[in-house]
Design a protein around this ligand. Structure first.
Ligand code: ATP
Ligand code: MG
Length: 632
């Protein structure tokens, strides 16, 4: 893995480190005794480690980024290219061992979203992990919709999830739904009843809760626990046939009300819900609980490695118990830590609130941490996969700095974005000695990519530059435009500011400049060197557009962890609209799939609300990390 900084810089850093090490080691060797030398070497080693650590903390904003990838991150911080070889994560180690031992010839994983919202960046971790494992090892991954809650699930969500997984670059082997298995699950429930391992309970949910006990006290048996197999079979069949109202009865596993794991205290397997299901319609009025659907669906699909997040650790015992009692394919559950990023929320329930209460314009609002929001904002699948790869797989929950996600997208966009000139806050410059009407100048599309070619830009005697690229009384070492000072216009000529024009209130309205005809970029024979280069657009040819500048959705790192309502912590400046910016004409051809770098401004993408006569661009990310500087 390498960073995109230029090779010269990389070599310089490497050389510095090598040189530094030699100097330090030769210092160490200067000790009088072997003990002395050993002590000095240790001291120097710790000094290097300490400075490396400081660098990590400094660059990971507030030091929130902690992971097993510390070495990787250290190398990135110091701009040291790493070798392509990466160590295996703990799941890869387990699978490698399984394949080596012959436990499995190939593996099956699944990504199991509940279709009750759009996917977010946390889900991307799980997708990259599950699909990534079967890219690395022989086997395949299923997409399984965990659709056992009819009230909250919708086809719109199913469609968006499929679109997002594909957009991220993954293809599933089978598209499955827990609802495909409602018939089998119902049969499984009957098998447990027949074995005396499940019973119908007439208690209300409050009564069940009251008898559940606490982590330190055992629960108490329900008065319905010892019903006969026949009675249970009859009642469960009648539950399924719709004879009882919602909430009046449940089917519970008969395990142990004194079990140390509360989830093993006769967990509910089925509840009655007369609700319309997005796929099965009104066919069912009993629906399986997550714990009864998930493991059994894994087993039906012969999933070898069922990977979920850490909150399911206590569920594993029940997962194994059910599979064992039903004597079905022994899938196994493995857990990894949830991945959350700061300055946002990644709970579908909270994201839904933001959508429903119109704090954002929809699930794909470019400020949302959803995959569709990130896509609309201009993120690329490559950058999200890179992010997931860098944060890796851990066993402990942690908060990842959103700066790392921004770093990944900046890295990728630097390689692929077409460079264009756009002026946000125009100041007119009249070039008094330019006698032609106009001319076309050539400019490269992307200096990082020779294959990207070049484009023509019209130049004329009236152009716009950024207002803040001019200063009337500049400090020393100000290399932009000032009275009597010269700058280069990108891909054009060197100009010199001759006169400042003001309106009656004293505001600067225009600059009068002269240009050096011999200084044309690529053919410069003027012999003049200037330090500043400005972007510009020809006033007559410029197009107008709206630009939407996005910032973090929340003003605190972990809104869900603050007192009161998480929505109180929304960042009021998360969207700023610049109504009219001036674009070079090539942007008339801007397309939704293309990414652009507005030179010196940041990375931008066309918004889907854009029309031929009303261009709208979203800012994906700035050129540099400006948030840390703001002290956010
Ligand atoms: P949410 O809190 O967003 O509703 P969820 O777990 O209820 O999350 P699911 O649709 O069930 O959402 O998630 C599908 C898969 O993605 C599950 O295996 C889940 O463990 C995983 N997942 C969800 N959120 C994250 C996250 N933040 N980091 C890693 N994996 C996640
Ligand atoms: Mg879930």
């Amino acid at each position: 893995m390498t960073l995109s900084c230029g090779p010269v810089f990389k070599i310089t850093i490497q050389n510095c480190l090598i040189l530094g090490s030699f100097v330090l080691l030769s210092c160490a060797q200067s000790g009088k005794t072997a003990k002395d030398r050993k002590m000095k070497s240790r001291l120097i080693f710790f000094m290097i480690a300490f400075f490396g650590y400081c660098k990590i903390v400094k660059s990971g904003s507030k030091g929130t980024y902690r992971s097993s990838k510390t070495i990787n991150y250290l190398c990135n911080s110091l701009h040291i290219p790493m070798s392509e070889e990466k160590s295996l994560n703990f799941l890869e180690e387990i699978i490698e061992e399984h394949l080596k031992q012959g436990t499995y010839k190939s593996i099956v994983t699944r990504f199991p979203p509940e279709p009750n919202g759009y996917l977010h960046i946390g889900h991307a971790s799980s997708i990259c992990l599950n699909f990534g494992l079967t890219k690395k090892f022989p086997g395949y991954t299923n997409l399984r919709f965990d659709d056992t809650n009819p009230e909250t699930e919708e086809t719109e969500y199913v469609d968006s999830i499929k679109e997002d997984v594909r957009w991220l670059g993954f293809e599933w082997k089978h598209e499955r739904y827990a609802s495909d298995y409602f018939g089998s699950l119902y049969q499984f429930a009957h098998q447990l009843i027949d074995k005396g391992l499940a019973y119908v309970d007439d208690s209300s949910s409050e009564e069940i809760a009251a008898l559940k006990g606490t982590p330190t006290e055992p629960g108490k048996d329900s008065p319905y626990r010892n019903r006969s197999v026949e009675e249970n079979r009859d009642l469960f069949t009648r539950m399924k046939n719709g004879e009882f109202p919602d909430g009046s009865r449940t089917l519970r596993a008969k395990i142990d009300m004194a079990h140390i794991n509360m989830l093993m205290r006769d967990p509910i397997l089925y509840r009655i819900k007369h609700a319309h299901h997005h796929r099965t319609g009104d066919e069912w009025c009993v629906y399986p609980m997550y714990d009864f659907a998930h493991g059994q669906s894994d087993s039906i699909e012969e999933v070898t490695h069922s990977i979920c997040t850490m909150e399911f650790v206590p569920h594993r015992e029940l997962y194994d118990w059910l599979i064992q009692q039903l004597e079905i394919y022994p899938s196994h559950q493995y857990e990894f830590a949830r991945r959350n990023i700061n300055y946002t929320v990644t709970s579908k329930r909270k994201l839904l609130q933001l959508v429903n209460e119109k704090y954002v314009t929809g699930w794909d609002d470019p400020r949302m941490p959803t995959i569709s929001g990130l896509r609309r904002r201009g993120y690329t699948p490559e950058s999200i996969r890179d992010f997931c790869d860098r944060i890796g797989v851990a066993k402990r929950d942690n908060m990842v700095d959103v700066g790392l996600l921004e770093f990944c997208v900046r890295e990728h966009l630097n390689k692929i974005a077409l460079r264009r000139m756009v002026v946000f806050d125009p100041l007119k410059v009249v070039i008094t000695n330019y006698e032609q009407q106009e001319e076309m100048l050539l400019s490269e599309n992307n200096p990082e990519d020779e294959g990207a070619g070049s484009r023509e830009i019209p130049f004329s005697g009236e152009i716009y530059i950024e207002r803040d690229d001019f200063m009337e009384n500049p400090p020393k070492k100000y290399f932009r435009l000032a009275p009597g000072q010269m700058v280069r216009l990108k891909s054009a000529y060197i100009i010199k500011c001759e006169e400042v024009i003001r309106d009656s209130d004293g505001n600067i309205t225009e600059l009068r400049c002269t240009y050096i005809p011999e200084s044309k970029s690529g053919h410069d024979t003027s012999g003049i060197t200037v330090k500043g280069t400005l972007h510009w657009v020809s006033a007559r040819h410029a197009l107008e557009a709206e630009v939407r500048m996005y910032d973090r959705l929340f003003r605190v790192e972990d809104p869900a962890d603050e007192e009161g309502d998480f929505k109180d912590y929304l960042n009021p400046d998360s969207l700023q609209i610049v109504n009219r910016v001036y674009l070079e004409p090539a942007l008339q051809e801007a397309s939704l799939g293309e990414r652009y770098q507005f030179i010196r401004k940041g990375y931008f993408v066309l918004d889907r609300e854009s029309g031929a006569n009303s261009l709208i661009f979203n800012r994906t990310v700035g050129l540099k990390d400006s948030w840390t500087k703001k002290g956010g």
